[in-house]
Design a protein around this ligand. Sequence first.
Ligand code: PLP
Length: 400
Amino acid sequence: MAFLADSLARIKPSATIAVTNKARELKAAGRDVIGLGAGEPDFDTPENIKEAGIRAIREGKTKYTAVDGIPELKAAIAAKFKRENNLTYAPNQITVGTGGKQVLYNALMATLNPGDEVIIPAPYWVSYPEIVALAGATPVEVVGPQESGYKIAPSALEAAITPKTKWLILNSPSNPTGAGYTRAELRAIADVLLRHPHVWIMTDDMYEHLVFDGFEFSTIAEVEPRLYDRTLTVNGVSKAYAMTGWRIGYAGGPAHLIKAIGTIQSQSTSNPSSISQWAAVEALNGPQDFIATNREVFRKRRDLVVSMLNQAKGIVCPNPEGAFYVFPSCAGTIGLTSAGGASITDDESFVTALLEEEGVAVVQGSAFGLAPHFRISYATSTEALEEACTRIQRFCGNLR
Ligand SMILES: Cc1ncc(COP(=O)(O)O)c(C=O)c1O
């Protein structure tokens, strides 16, 4: 009898975490490595939010809480949904988890049976297909090609829907591409979904606040209120509030689904950290002005990275609407040989040679479902980005 569960054979470890670990190892061994693999802001959590966490500890708010969130945080989340998304959710329609990742995980675990299909636009965040597979269901990829700004065509969505489709996962702005769906594009997606009432929508709005050049963020339940009853609107404080380590994510959705998510959570982690929940109350209710300041820093970095990458031989880098990622194509480098003698046969050999020869850690596009590409997270200092892009230019310039 095998010791490990069969379900483990269906999934693989996160490629982004693997790259980050490899970069960390090389650094520890004394190599000069610039890590552009991790998806977290380099900014510190704002002081008022940290203070709220410290206050919670001092005031003894350190005990178990309601499994799916303290009432104060649910109220702050309801106010956020109303204020920013024009969505009304009652407290029993809101769940709080240990990061958006846990909320997405619990929602999929609570709803998927073997044989169910989940439509995942590619390129996708690495965890979606893995969680779906862990639940015993089948991920169905629909590719949004580079020529379409990495967004899926409504006709492609329609063609992928079968009687077994349970969910469509939307993620805008996207990890890994930064692509953001406009209101009109979501409208067209919604029109398809209205024709298929058995399909639910899980929208991952984690990068809502990181949009540039006047792009207006929209979320599908607001664009089409007739989809409200079958949409789970997922969000969190990790990215916008530089709170990745605090582990707070949340969702709004139909009460029966929210209850099922809570049931799963009650038999695994129980409540998210009480201290982090109080810090998240302050994040959502407190001053929001630093978000715009951070956004501007990210925009400048995006401009720098896009411009420098497009000057690298064989690289084509579109200008994304949001998040803190770019997802250039390295198709023009395939078939060439690096200065160090490595054959570039695909995006994986490209990123491996880049790390070994120039000490720049990026993640291969194949991990996100589209090759030959690679993802750069530009949530790191401008100096490091400049140096990293100079090295990428040199690496590509030396390919023969
Ligand atoms: C698209 C997307 N969704 C969800 C998450 C999960 O974020 P967290 O669990 O920190 O809330 C991430 C983090 O990288 C992400 O990129």
